[in-house]
Design a protein around this ligand. Structure first.
Ligand code: AHG
Ligand code: MN
Ligand code: MN
Length: 296
């Protein structure tokens, strides 16, 4: 990606992925790179990618491993060609099927059961953030030696943040609840100073900033897309594990993302993620609005 403008790897690949979204050339390259690196490692029995409709079974000459990998090879497609931060998100489970090639059942596990999760962000520096259930650890790539070096052994997120991050151009399609919640985050209720707006349009980059500085990221469901845009298994759940492990929270507006029982590989979910008190505020407002709607 660092040399993207010098090679013929920018722009569209000319096909669509399973979600009907236009694939970029780098989406396809990143998918292949991760499949090849992990698929042949002997560590996994099955993989799933945003870019592929079906589960990916490792080559037959590789012994199936005991882990399962779900990944978003390149997150932030709209930012690839314009040199804005993008990333890779991954989720790791232990297999539940007894042996042989992994199955869909291995992939459809609750976020709460992840053994590890994390992301890499290709920004002004390349950073790896992961958790295996004992806090959140951050590493920075030192390009001069080609190694990731520990930069923060125990990342904690502020309980309340200074930023709110949401694509507000979807305002007219939101429910009353989301409109009111975002109004409060902006300080329009007159009770507080309101938060600063920050929205990059790369989930990884928006999440990473809010993790470090404090804040809340929202991608609501709306009248056009009731479950929103983001995918549960390889976007929301891994970042939810990082958020919770850092002292933050992640919700679909009603319940913790990590408690959702997945039904489909590419299922979408509304996402409210970040500082604990900010996520709780949004949940509270949504609940009040739905109670009021029931009374009417
Ligand atoms: P991807 O590039 O993996 O398809 O994900 C894009 C996602 C996510 O990174 C970001 O938060 C969101 O799309 C932005 O969507 P909007 O342009 O609708 O705000
Ligand atoms: Mn994505
Ligand atoms: Mn992607």
């Amino acid at each position: 990606m660092r040399r993207a403008g010098l090679l013929d790897v920018l722009g569209r690949a000319g096909r669509k992925n399973v979600q009907g979204e236009e694939q970029q050339k780098l989406d396809v390259l990143a998918n292949e790179a991760i499949k090849n690196a992990v698929g042949g490692s002997g560590r996994v029995c099955v993989l799933a990618s945003e870019e592929e409709e079906e589960p990916i079974i490792p080559p037959a000459d590789v012994n199936p491993g005991k882990y399962v990998l779900l990944f978003d090879p390149l997150d932030g497609s709209s930012n690839i060609d314009v040199n804005v931060s993008i990333g890779t998100i991954f989720s790791i489970h232990r297999r539940v099927s007894p042996g042989g090639p992994g199955t869909l059942r291995d992939l459809l596990q609750r976020g709460r059961d992840q053994v590890a999760a994390g992301y890499v962000i290709y920004g002004s520096s390349t950073v790896l953030v992961y958790s295996s259930g004992q806090g959140v650890h951050g590493f920075t790539l030192d390009p001069s030696i080609g190694e990731f070096l520990l930069w923060n052994a125990d990342i904690r997120t502020p309980p309340m943040g200074r930023y709110y991050s949401v694509n507000e151009s979807h305002w007219t399609r939101w429910s009353e609840g989301y409109r009111r919640a975002v109004s409060i985050l902006k300080g329009l209720d007159g009770k507080g100073r309101g938060k600063n707006a920050r929205y990059i349009g790369s989930l990884v980059a928006d999440f990473h900033r809010n993790l470090l500085a404090g804040g809340v990221f929202l991608y609501p469901g709306d009248s056009a897309a009731p479950r929103g845009k983001l995918r549960l298994l390889y976007e929301a759940a891994p970042l939810a594990m990082i958020a919770e492990q850092a002292g933050g929270a992640a919700s679909d507006g009603v319940r913790p993302i990590l408690d959702i029982e997945p039904e489909e590989l590419h299922q979408r979910t509304p996402l409210v993620i970040g500082s604990r008190e900010d996520v709780a505020l949004v949940e509270r407002v949504l609940e009040e609005e739905s109670e009021q709607a029931e009374r009417l």
